[in-house]
Write a protein that binds this ligand. Structure first.
Ligand code: ADP
Length: 399
């Protein structure tokens, strides 16, 4: 493979996604995923030069998976052109304002922030350690999910709680999904600039976790997730916004401690809690279509809360020039987009029914789904790996 390239690593709790991008390329030369890590079913699938490959990795952990990935890239002649590795790191704390080349200080910061992201930061560190072990000479770049939201003004990131909690304990709203919101800010910003429209966008990232972000002139000015990814929208199994007064009542009535309650608000709530059947939107929509009223309530609540958040961003933005839907639900569910945008007609938004129901073949592409008289509504497929690659190339310039 010719040209400079970076390897992108996106480590989750039981998976490692990876991709190799050449400089200025829109598509990766190679991408894949090791999944089910730590289980007997662990496997590796990847696409190299449009050919698909798969392999089993029984009981592999992050280290074994990365060893296999790097050995495969070496064998295919790809490793030689890789100049750096860009890692998605979920929590960078309040000091993280941009991607950084890893130093002992940055690594310490990622470790210090484990208490804020106990599931994600250790998995991200495992990816970093495995790459350092495999290829010690390669620079490692940390790209933080929280960094895009470092531009939130104080009125958007401050909780109305005692000053000592904020100053001594670092209690504030951080926001998450920043890498994809950043990608949408750049992509949607380009589209608006070409139309001579102000760059005022609401980005809705709707996957298993869901968040919305108000983006003004390329910068995050408000977002729905807070100190943790539990705040905001209704999600797959997370409750989103809740009256904090409920915690004491529930702990007493259910006779559980705060750890158990927090786990239930993260894992048993959201679409799963309301529908009583699944955290997976496809299954909840199916159950609703079959007449299950709790599933219908879950879908309607999801769209209502989302629409309320989008409308509220009229305050920080002054006007909403574009709404963008992204990630699994946002990219694939015409029904969710339609029910959400129906609430927003007073803000000048309406969908084109045919465009909203695009064929699956078209679903991978950026597309305008708004009616002719509407302000633009776009579907922009999530592309965190590409964004991490761009931010990694930028950091290489500083070396
Ligand atoms: P993650 O946050 O884990 O990356 P994804 O972005 O893959 O998640 O989104 C997963 C969600 O997308 C699930 O709720 C899934 O049901 C939903 N989804 C995927 N395809 C469709 C579809 N065709 N219709 C409705 N929801 C879908």
């Amino acid at each position: 493979m010719s040209g400079n390239a970076v390897l992108v690593i996106n480590g989750g709790s039981s998976s490692v996604k990876f991709a190799v991008f050449r400089e200025n390329a829109a598509q990766p030369d190679c991408y894949g995923q090791a999944s089910g890590l730590g289980t007997a079913q662990a496997s590796l699938t990847y696409t190299l030069n449009d050919n698909e490959h798969s392999d089993t990795l029984p009981s592999a952990n992050h280290h074994c998976a990365l060893e296999k990935i790097l050995a495969g890239l070496d064998q295919a002649g790809v490793l030689q052109s890789i100049q750096a590795v860009g890692h998605r790191v979920v929590h960078g704390g309040h000091q993280a304002t941009q991607a950084v080349v890893l130093s002992p200080d940055t690594r310490q910061r990622i470790e210090d922030n484990i208490e804020f992201a106990p599931l994600h930061n250790p998995a991200n560190l495992a990816g970093i350690e495995a790459c350092e072990k495999q290829s010690p000479a390669l620079p490692q770049v940390a790209v933080f999910d929280t960094a895009f939201h470092s531009t939130l003004p104080a009125i958007a990131h401050t909780y109305a709680v005692p000053v000592s909690w904020r100053q001594q304990l670092g209690v504030r709203r951080f926001g998450f999904h920043g890498i994809n919101h950043h990608y949408i800010a750049e992509t949607a910003g380009r589209i608006l600039r070409a139309e001579n429209l102000p760059s005022r966008i609401v980005s809705a990232h709707l996957g298993n976790g869901c968040s919305v972000c108000a983006i003004k002139d390329g910068k995050s000015v408000d977002t729905s997730m807070g100190f943790t990814p539990l705040e905001g929208l209704v999600m797959g199994s997370r409750c989103g916004d809740l009256d904090p007064g409920l915690a004491e009542y529930l702990c007493a009535k259910l006779d559980v401690n705060i750890e158990t309650l927090t786990r239930q608000l993260n894992r048993d709530s959201g679409l799963l809690g309301v529908s009583g059947s699944s955290s997976d939107m496809r299954k909840v929509l199916q159950a609703s279509a079959e007449g299950q009223t709790d599933a219908t309530l879950a879908v309607e609540l999801f769209c209502y809360r989302l629409a309320k958040y989008i409308a509220s961003y009229l305050v920080p933005l002054g006007s909403i020039e574009m709404i963008v839907f992204s990630a699994g639900i946002g990219e694939h569910s015409a029904h969710i987009r339609q029910r959400t945008v129906q609430w927003l007609s007073a803000l000048g938004f309406a969908l084109d029914d045919t465009a909203n129901h695009a064929s699956p073949a078209k679903q991978q592409s950026i597309r305008n789904i708004s009616a002719a008289h509407s302000r633009p509504v776009y579907v922009i497929p999530a592309n965190e790996e590409w964004m991490i690659a761009q931010l990694t190339f930028q950091q290489l310039l500083s070396l």
